[in-house]
Design a binder for this molecule. Structure first.
Ligand code: C2E
Ligand code: MG
Ligand code: MG
Length: 718
């Protein structure tokens, strides 16, 4: 049967859709970020500084050249000034300058002084500021000289320069050269800066557009994907895959989507698994109780009017399944459960919901139809399905019987949960009435349940108001006739309007309820303490009578029985061997290891231990050896029937022998007649207890009985 996994399917679809839906972000936002990105600034600064450095090197290399250029201009200005001042003279060895011309030249041009030589380097005259350079040979002609402060520059003009047969060494004013050079450097630097800025900006725009913008885009997508890898709401790439960057972005997008798909797959597989674990039983593969309730509630929701088919609700429990499990092992138990599940599923229509709702409990619901017209019809069919043939496990046949509770929606409750509860109540009733039957819910059941709740409330009050009391029933040594013990039996004096003012309620009526609710623990603790106190008063008065106290399963497993017993022994001062705890056989089987341990610890306290109602449970004899016990108490049903039923007599006989073979004492309860007593004497039973000697009686009455008893069993008559 396919149960919709609607929620999960819906989720999956939504995520796939949103993953494929591109969520475009405005790119202007991205480009604005470019100028704030660290990498942009690093590239910008690196590019800018590199351009600046290159230009600085170029500048430093061209600086000399530039200076030379300026000096050349100075030289040329000097030359033209001098050349235009030269006078025509044909006289050899005569200076071509008059003093007056020379003075004018010096005062009005950059020429500050000069010396004139013939082509053979004969000095003809010297004017103005003295010139440092002296022409001694041809080599000197190619020299120039500059003063340290840069203010004067001396050059040699040859006949070629002057178009006259003289060599003139001129000292020229060059103090404008430095400012000019400085101007040049200044301008160059400004141009360099502007150029660098321009280049960097262009580069940045290019880089930004082709590199940074895509990288930032990818980064944004990665951040988004990292935040929510399962459902990454990333933007679709606007970049083509023609270059490496576009390609990388496309790859990253692909990876993000792949990763998301993988995670979705893993998640949906995990969710499916969790769903299976949460809603299905792993052993049978059937829906579990949670899913059953869910499905039943859904179906009930569709029952809208009288025309809608009503729903049958069946809860079913396998009878004595625990015994099969305990005696045959869990493998067999599991195989039977699987078989039951399979048979139910295959035999009931598809629209029926079949669930395993508890350990050995199955629940079924289905709409009633013309052939299965009532809840009982469905239940009978279910019962027939199970009993029609035994279940075969490991070649052994197991005949399974079931207890079934039935209710119908909407007849048996105003809402689905009430109808379910009523099916459970009906099931409990089927079990109480001896199992292997179908019980339909009726309102009386509810009343019975209400009555139980009331009883429980009253019992709680009774414990507080000290309305509980203990009766004592003597136990005798069958050989000597001596009173050797007394069983403490709980009584509840419930007040009423009768003339006695109340009546006793039998423990058979309220102990099971007290056990179910856990109230037995405080009650049991009270009984133990009270009984020990009584035993101590008897001991103090000179009679050693061992007190036998009944201990229920809840006390045994759910409370600190050992600790409490130890405290009570200490508080009351009674001798431990004067106290016996009676535990019914079936209690041990709930958890054999804890049972063995607890018995051992109790035994170490020195108290005696007896197995009550022996023979009625399913205790495996192999464990008996491991129990630290002193006494077997034959169940009264065997004694009652021993004289009329050979089987019961044989069981009683066997218990006596078994006990003796294990070195245990054997006591028989329910001894009502002389014949019972004789049977037990014949079988060699050690001790007896029963109405033949005394009913359970109040403390004072018991004491009277014990002190007046002559020690002879024969005194109780024939
Ligand atoms: P049990 O421990 O097997 O106690 C023996 C029951 O048999 C007692 O019933 C007693 O009155 C009854 N009985 C004794 N001799 C005869 C006889 O010759 N014939 C007949 N027909 N009955 C006889 P009672 O007092 O009604 O107790 C019933 C059960 O209630 C006890 O069975 C025991 O399991 C439980 N119970 C009683 N007191 C306590 C208690 O303090 N704690 C716990 N946990 N269970 C208790
Ligand atoms: Mg008992
Ligand atoms: Mg008993």
């Amino acid at each position: 049967m396919a149960f919709s996994t609607g929620i999960f399917a819906k989720n999956k679809k939504a995520t796939v859709e949103s993953a494929s839906k591109a969520n475009y972000k405005p790119l202007s936002k991205t480009s604005a970020k470019i100028w704030r990105s660290r990498i942009s600034w690093r590239i910008t600064s690196a590019v800018f500084l590199t351009i600046m450095a290159i230009q600085a090197v170029v500048l430093s290399l061209t600086l000399d050249q530039k200076e030379q250029q300026i000096l050349n201009v100075v030289r040329e200005v000097g030359r033209s000034s001098i050349a235009s001042t030269l006078t025509e003279t044909m006289k050899f060895l005569e200076t071509p300058f008059t003093q007056e011309k020379a003075d004018r030249l010096i005062s009005s041009t950059i020429v500050n002084g000069f010396t004139v030589y013939t082509t053979d380097l004969l000095l003809l005259g010297s004017y103005g500021e003295p010139v440092s350079m002296v022409m001694l040979d041809q080599e000197s002609l190619s020299k120039t000289y500059r003063t340290n402060d840069g203010g004067s520059y001396e050059v040699v003009y040859r006949p070629n320069d002057l178009s006259r047969p003289y060599i003139i060494v001129a000292r020229l004013n060059s103090d404008k050269v430095a400012p000019q050079l400085f101007n040049f450097v200044e301008q160059t630097i400004i141009i360099m800066l502007l150029m660098s800025l321009l280049v960097t900006t262009v580069l940045m725009i290019a880089l930004g557009h082709w590199l940074l913008e895509p990288i930032l885009f990818m980064r944004n997508n990665l951040i988004t994907a990292a935040k929510n890898p399962e459902n990454p709401k990333i933007s679709e790439s606007p970049y083509g895959t023609a270059d490496e960057i576009g390609d990388t972005i496309a790859l990253a997008q692909k990876l993000i989507h792949q990763n998301s798909d993988n995670m979705m797959q893993v998640r949906s597989a995990a969710e499916d698994k969790i769903h299976k674990l949460a809603y299905f039983d792993t052993l049978t593969g059937l829906p579990n109780r949670t899913l059953f309730i869910q499905k039943f509630t859904e179906m009930a929701f569709n029952v809208t009017d009288d025309k809608s088919p009503r729903l049958a609700v069946i809860t079913m429990d396998l009878d004595h399944f625990k015994d099969i499990n305990d005696s045959m092992g869990h493998n067999v138990g599991d195989a039977i459960l699987r078989g039951v599940g399979k048979r139910l599923r295959n035999s009931l229509p598809d629209h029926a919901i079949v669930a395993r709702s508890g350990e050995d409990e199955f629940s079924i619901t289905m709409p009633l139809s013309t052939d299965l017209n009532t809840g009982r019809d469905v239940a009978e069919k279910v019962s027939a399905i199970i009993r029609e043939e035994p279940f075969k496990v490991y070649n052994e046949n197991f005949q399974v019987r079931t207890s079934i509770g039935v209710s119908t929606f909407p007849d048996d409750g105003k809402d689905p949960s009430e109808v379910l509860k009523h099916a459970d109540i009906a099931l409990n009733r089927a079990k109480e009435e001896g199992r292997d039957r179908v019980k339909e819910y009726t309102e009386d059941f509810d009343k019975a349940v209400q009555a139980r709740f009331q009883l429980l409330r009253d019992l709680r009050d009774a414990l507080e108001n000290k309305e509980l009391t203990i009766f004592y029933q003597p136990q005798f040594d069958l050989n000597t006739g001596a009173i050797i013990g007394a069983e403490a039996l709980l009584r509840w004096w419930k007040k009423d309007d009768s003339k006695e003012g109340g009546h006793y309620i039998s423990p058979v009526e309220f102990i099971p309820i007290a056990e179910q609710s856990g109230l037995i623990v405080p009650i049991g603790e009270w009984v133990l303490e009270e009984a020990c106190r009584t035993a101590k008063t008897w001991e103090d008065a000179g009679k050693e009578i061992r007190i036998a106290v009944n201990v229920s399963g809840a006390q045994f497993f759910q409370s600190d029985l050992v600790g409490h017993t130890k405290n009570v022994l200490k508080r009351t001062g009674v001798k431990p061997q004067m106290v016996e705890l009676e535990v019914t056989e079936s209690v041990f089987m709930d958890d054999i290891n804890i049972a063995i341990n607890t018995l051992k610890e109790l035994h170490e306290l020195g108290v005696e231990l007896a197995i009550d109602d022996f023979g009625t449970g399913y205790s495996s004899l192999s464990y008996l050896r491991q129990f630290n016990i002193d006494r077997l108490k034959i169940d009264q049903s065997f004694i009652r029937n021993a004289l009329t039923n050979d089987d019961d007599a044989a069981i009683a006989r066997t218990i006596v022998r078994l006990g003796h073979s294990l070195n245990l004492k054997v006591i028989a309860e329910g001894v009502e007649t002389k014949e019972h007593e004789q049977f037990l004497v014949d079988e060699g039973c050690d001790e007896v207890q029963g109405f033949r000697y005394s009913k359970p009686v109040p403390k004072d009455e018991f004491w009277e009985f014990a002190t007046s008893y002559d020690g002879k069993l024969s005194s109780f008559g024939a």
